[in-house]
Write a protein that binds this ligand. Structure first.
Ligand code: ZN
Length: 77
């Protein structure tokens, strides 16, 4: 009694939804922007995609050289 039943596994793979290929910033792990110097491609599940990299062009100010972190530092006169 050998039914032709062996080999065909249930192909109802439990994969709901699909994946998204996106490029992320290598240094921050967020979604890469035009300003990100080093990026890599990763596969994300819809809903888990990170926001854009805030360090490289996310704000709008291209900080390539020159730390502009003294914006709200008012020296007590
Ligand atoms: Zn970046």
């Amino acid at each position: 009694m050998d039914s032709l039943h062996s080999g065909l596994k249930a192909k109802s793979f439990d994969k709901k939804g699909k994946t998204i290929e996106a490029r992320y910033c290598y240094s921050t792990g967020k979604l890469a922007t035009k300003g990100c110097p080093k990026t890599a491609v990763a596969v994300y599940i819809p809903g888990t995609v990170p926001e854009h990299c805030p360090s490289h062009g996310g704000g709008g100010t291209p900080a390539t050289s020159g730390t502009t972190s003294a914006a709200t530092t008012t020296p007590a006169a």
